[in-house]
Design a protein around this ligand. Structure first.
Ligand code: UDP
Ligand code: GLC
Length: 393
């Protein structure tokens, strides 16, 4: 029998073919960078689309290949199965991955389309398949057909399903997924990266043109279910000295939603109190200039990296009480939870935080300590290493 230490070593020395459908850096992709890093000497990340995610991987010296010969429509939510295109489009990709994977110990599918391709390729190449489930497979996010396809492929081909939260695991099982192959592993973070950050925050605050106001930050791609409109509506119920920054861009074609957000700002007369900053790579200083970070997803959030990042930055957090967020935040202890989609209750929580700065600071400090321990990258990577080594034949 292998000892714990030996199996960890076997894990980090494994040759892994990671697969991800996106060329853009969403949370699942940022998480993949951290998971792939310990294996980078002998790993390859195969992407189904080119884009800035490839550059982020290369910056970390992780080998990448863009596998798509033609652009596959990449959507995150319910229509992803249509985006797969015809079998004719998929077949060359499956054949290519099957061939490539012969040089690797296992295939690690990080997204749903990666699961489809990885599952069939693993069948042909007889390699183990691991599926990292970053989604909640419920009707809020996916059609019945998509849920059934994901669950059927995972049940039949995967040796292991890593769920990013208990909520994602529960939805997988509720959709018919095998509980005996699932393990919950939270995203890992390097607390020092968030805590030791020094820069001129006063200058950044002034640059935003919102100095002197109570600043609420929202850090998410712009998408209807991320609920930026809920924070805008809540702002209209807050005193005039409460302002908000929205950090993030529409990554998957949600241009109509972006337009509707701008219109909402005009209708509510919030022009002086709101800034849309687009996608930013300096999330840490931006979080640090905020007095509160709001997470407002209207559908259950599978995990919610931004919640943990805000905690690690030492900022108080108010989050929508659903999905993985419930596992991250304990109301009154490490933040506040409010019902999803309720601007009035969100406005109340913002007021509580604004009117009780000392209490908010205590809560933020408790959350920072707890998050630094719970989501420590080295521990999470060890956990994954051990799980992967169990998948070796
Ligand atoms: N993020 C970023 N720049 C932005 C907006 C977001 O780097 O302008 C990062 C954010 O810090 C977080 C990730 O994108 O690490 C989003 O992950 P999360 O799990 O919160 O949500 P997702 O978009 O993956 O559903
Ligand atoms: C997905 C989920 C998000 C999660 C991230 C990392 O993008 O939407 O909630 O934090 O994956 O697991």
């Amino acid at each position: 029998m292998r000892t714990y230490q030996t199996s960890i070593r076997a894990g980090f020395e494994m040759k892994i073919l990671f697969l991800d459908q996106s060329g853009k850096p969403g949370g699942a992709e940022l998480c993949l960078i951290d998971i792939a890093k310990p294996y980078r000497d002998s790993a390859l990340v195969g992407l189904f689309a080119d884009g800035p995610f490839r550059h982020l991987l290369e910056q970390q010296q992780i080998s990448v290949q863009v596998l798509a010969t033609q652009l596959l429509q990449v959507r995150k939510e319910s229509s992803w199965v249509q985006g797969l295109g015809t079998l004719g489009q998929l077949a060359p990709m499956i054949a290519r991955v099957a061939l490539l994977s012969r040089d690797y110990d296992l295939i690690y599918a990080n997204t749903q389309k990666a699961l489809v391709v990885g599952a069939l390729a693993s069948f042909f190449s007889r390699r183990s398949l691991v599926y990292h489930l970053h989604d909640i497979l419920s009707a809020d996010h996916f059609s019945r057909t998509n849920r059934r396809l994901a669950v059927t492929l995972a049940n039949r081909f995967a040796s292991l399903v890593i769920a990013n939260s208990k909520a994602s695991q529960a939805a997988f099982v509720a959709a018919g997924g095998r509980s005996d192959i699932t393990e919950v592993v939270y995203n890992g973070f390097e607390p020092e990266f968030y805590q030791s950050y020094q820069s001129n925050l006063d200058q950044l605050r002034q640059h935003l043109g919102l100095d002197g106001r109570f600043l609420v930050g929202h850090f998410s791609r712009l998408s209807p279910w991320k609920g930026q409109h809920i924070l805008l509506a809540a702002l209209a119920h807050c005193p005039n000295d409460v302002a908000a920054i929205f950090v993030g861009d529409a990554l998957f074609g949600e241009q109509d939603y972006v337009k509707s957000l701008y219109e909402q700002v005009t209708v509510l007369g919030l022009e002086e109190r709101v800034r849309f900053l687009g996608f930013r790579s300096d999330v840490v200083p931006l979080m640090k200039v905020c007095d509160l970070i709001a997470h407002t997803s209207t559908a259950p959030e599978p995990f919610g990296r931004v919640i943990v990042e805000a905690m690690l930055c030492g900022r108080p957090v108010v989050a929508a009480q659903s999905g993985g967020a419930i596992e991250l935040v304990e109301t009154g202890q490490t933040g506040w939870l409010v019902p999803p989609g309720d601007p009035l209750l969100l406005a109340e929580a913002i007021a509580t935080c604004r009117n009780q700065p000392e209490q908010a600071a205590i809560i933020a400090h408790q959350a920072q300590i707890q998050a630094s321990q719970r989501f420590q990258m080295s521990t999470i990577n060890q956990q994954i290493g051990e799980l992967l080594s169990r998948c070796l034949p």
